[in-house]
Write a protein that binds this ligand. Structure first.
Ligand code: NDP
Length: 347
């Protein structure tokens, strides 16, 4: 069986900006027969994610995350439908997902590496299992619950950076659902700002590419910042930290502004900013969603319930075709997405 796949064509270099040409589409033959325990699945949706910037390097900086190898098929979050099965858990027509789905139009997968997808949980939107009703929703929800110290009635102001992206757009909404009285987003275009406020219920949004973020932030957070959901790091985060209150909390989710410059996912802060954390007793502990797998099942149910009740709005940017995986990744890293960046591989 002949299928298409995407391999790593070249590395941008630790300090380079990834481009679509770092990826290459080619054809390959899959075996016709399955071994015991295997399934053949057709790929429906694939995810491109910010953490993949680290996998393009020949060293990721994270022990449990392996770098992608040149000319080998790439992998990440995926959803597909089983076409043939030699595994007792799976039958033709089942929807399945995996964090390590190969970037192929069809794939032969070990049945015991797959998780079941119940389309009902997302009202049939299968791509949501890569975003809001999947790892991105869990990252936002569990990040807030584990590190946010949010309590209803405490009049807390939440600031979210990368606010119009997959995690950020959910984190702001979840912060509100968990009890924050004011929610402010920081993102990279006026269109994104307008969507945050008019569709996703943020109180205010700041375009960090325009004007003075510190001044704008002071205007829209008159009582200072109590919780900061940090997706980006760098100058934006330094600016937010300078306006954080005594005993406030940072949810250290990601540092995307640093991924093209650093080999570590959580680079050290400027000494001046570090000293603000100490003086104001601000917590800033790294959050890793994969360390909280015991809470995934209940988390997915919570996200699904909020979505179905209309309390959690979901935004996606969808690009079609396996050959566009590289285009989608380049666009994500440059801010081309609103909500979760998805690639639709087949219907
Ligand atoms: P997003 O959907 O948020 O997409 C990335 C966004 O980052 C872009 O749309 C862009 O939006 C913004 N961005 C890009 N470069 C910069 C920059 N230099 N400065 C500021 N913003 C920038 O991606 P994800 O939701 O997949 O990831 C968001 C963060 O969450 C990442 O840091 C990722 O590593 C982290 N993450 C952490 C997890 C964990 O377990 N801790 C799990 C999953 C993700 P804009 O137009 O606003 O610039």
């Amino acid at each position: 069986m002949r299928v298409q796949r995407v391999v790593l064509n070249s590395r941008p270099g630790i300090h380079g900006t990834p481009v679509a040409e770092n990826f290459r589409t080619e054809e390959v033959d899959l075996p016709d027969k399955l071994n015991a325990g295997q399934v053949k699945a057709r790929t429906l949706y694939l995810s491109v994610d910010a953490y993949m910037r680290l996998r393009i390097n020949d060293y990721t900086g994270i022990d449990f995350m392996k770098p992608w190898q040149l000319s080998e098929v790439l992998d990440g979050g995926g959803v597909g439908i089983v076409e043939e099965s030699q595994h007792t858990n799976w039958a033709k027509g089942n929807y399945v997902t995996s964090f390590n789905w190969p970037w192929q139009t069809k794939a032969i997968l070990e049945g015991n590496t797959l998780e079941k997808v119940d389309p009902q949980l997302a009202d049939g939107h299968l791509s949501y299992f890569l975003g809001a009703i999947g790892i991105m929703g869990l990252t936002s929800l569990l990040g807030i619950k584990e590190k946010g110290h949010i309590s209803t009635g405490s009049n807390q102001t939440l600031v979210v950076s990368g606010a119009a992206g997959a995690c950020g757009s959910l984190a702001g909404q979840i912060g509100r659902l968990e009890g924050c009285s004011r929610v402010v987003g920081i993102c990279g275009t006026d269109e994104k700002c307008s969507i945050l406020v008019s569709e996703l219920g943020f109180d205010a949004a700041i375009n960090y590419k325009k004007g003075n973020v510190a001044e704008e932030l002071r205007k829209v957070c008159p009582s200072g910042v109590d919780v900061y959901f940090d997706n980006v790091g760098g100058d934006i985060s330094d600016t937010v930290i300078r306006q954080m209150n005594q005993n406030s909390h940072i949810i250290l989710c990601g540092q995307i502004s640093q991924y093209n410059d650093n080999m570590t996912p959580f680079p050290t802060l400027l000494p001046e900013v570090e000293s603000i954390l100490k003086t104001k007793n601000i917590t800033r502990e790294a959050f890793g969603v994969l360390e909280h797998k015991d809470k995934f099942e209940s988390g997915i149910l919570q996200l699904s319930q909020w979505f179905k009740e209309g309390k959690l709005k979901v935004r996606e940017t969808v690009i079609n075709g396996l050959e566009n995986m590289g285009v989608a990744f380049e666009s994500l890293m440059k801010g081309g997405n609103i909500g979760k960046q998805i690639v639709r591989i087949s219907e």
